[in-house]
Design a protein around this ligand. Structure first.
Ligand code: SAM
Length: 322
């Protein structure tokens, strides 16, 4: 038993080495699966070309003259008893078997090679890719530590965005060099802290609107602990009214307050968004998103809209064209 398993593991290792050398990117087990598939496929093909209706293998039969060249043979079936003692026929049968092996081999190598472009070094990877923000310096470390703590301890009942969405917000803001971000729906400041990661780099500021006093107070504390309070203005009250206070150009608007209010916020703030600026909206999923808002951002020729993360929380990103 031991010998057998040693032998098979040695064989497997050899196959692994050979397959890596010959067909990089294809593991030996995948090669074996493909090989078996090819053998079956070629058997079926050969079966079609060389079987009688009952599936019996047909061989080349010689002419009565006993000449042995293939050109003197024709394909025909065995007789009922299966007996065929003709020497030439036997040799032709061997020849046909050789052709059969050759064809199987050719099909196998061909299919393995043809499968290469579809595959890649990561073929067989089943887990979703994951990435997290790696702090670059003490400023990032400080903000990220508060983000992590708020995410862990204040998520409950505060409706804050998932971590990956926070990362998207930071990335969008920083990549457009945002100097002024306007947020509708502060909650406890979680998404605001992600924006602050970007604003620290761009030397920008955040104006954020919240109707709930308790949440606004917690947000103020969180911004303070993260050392970004100077960059943030929290406006307390119903944002449908208070948003009129915005008079400065905006680089990025983030809509995350009352979902049915998105269209009103868009109408009121779009004139202040600079060309090339972004309007980002959260919870853009069927059932959550207001169809009127979707209609507005997908039919306005002045906007270029894409949807991200539709399988999760759903984010729309609309750019105000230049
Ligand atoms: C989904 S939470 C915001 C989460 C936050 N953006 C984050 O990820 O950290 C929505 C917030 O919008 C606030 N809100 C709802 N209606 C509002 C309104 N009319 N004006 C201002 N804030 C409002 C709610 O009180 C709530 O805190």
């Amino acid at each position: 038993m031991r010998q057998h398993s040693n032998g098979s593991s040695k064989g497997k290792a050899l196959l692994e080495r050979q397959s890596t050398r010959l067909l990089p990117g294809i593991r030996s087990d995948q090669l074996v699966v493909r090989f078996h598939a090819c053998v079956r496929a070629s058997e079926i093909l050969l079966g079609i070309f060389s079987s009688d209706p009952r599936g019996n293998f047909r061989a080349a039969r010689t002419e009565p003259s006993r000449r042995t060249g293939l050109e003197s043979c024709s394909f025909s079936g065995f007789d009922e008893s299966g007996s065929d003692n003709d020497d030439a026929c036997m040799s032709n049968r061997r020849l046909l078997q050789c052709w059969r092996l050759w064809l199987v081999g050719a099909l196998c190598i061909g299919s393995a090679l043809m499968a290469q472009p579809g595959g890649g070094p990561g073929e067989g990877w089943r887990e979703p890719f994951e990435a997290r923000t790696i702090p670059k310096d003490d400023t990032e470390k400080r903000i990220l530590s508060v983000i992590e703590e708020v995410g862990k301890t204040q998520r409950r009942g505060t409706m804050i965005v998932p971590e990956q969405d926070g990362r998207i917000l930071r990335l969008l803001a920083e990549s457009i060099g945002a100097k002024h971000v306007v947020e509708l729906g502060t909650s406890v400041g979680y998404s605001g802290l992600w924006f602050c990661l970007a604003l620290e780099r761009t030397d920008g500021r955040l104006t954020t609107f919240e109707i709930d006093e308790g949440r606004a107070t917690r947000a103020r504390e969180n911004f303070k602990r993260a050392g970004v309070a100077e960059r943030v203005t929290i406006v307390l009250g119903d944002a449908h009214e208070t948003v009129r206070q915005v008079k400065d150009p905006i680089d990025l608007v983030f809509l995350d307050a009352d979902k049915e209010g998105y269209l009103d916020y868009l109408r009121k703030l779009l004139p202040f968004v600079r060309p090339g600026g972004l309007i980002v909206a959260h919870n853009i999923t069927p059932g959550m998103a207001d169809p009127k808002y979707i209609q507005a951002i997908t039919t306005d020729p002045n906007l270029e809209t894409i949807f991200l993360n539709l399988h999760a929380s759903g984010i729309s990103v609309s750019m105000k064209k230049r």
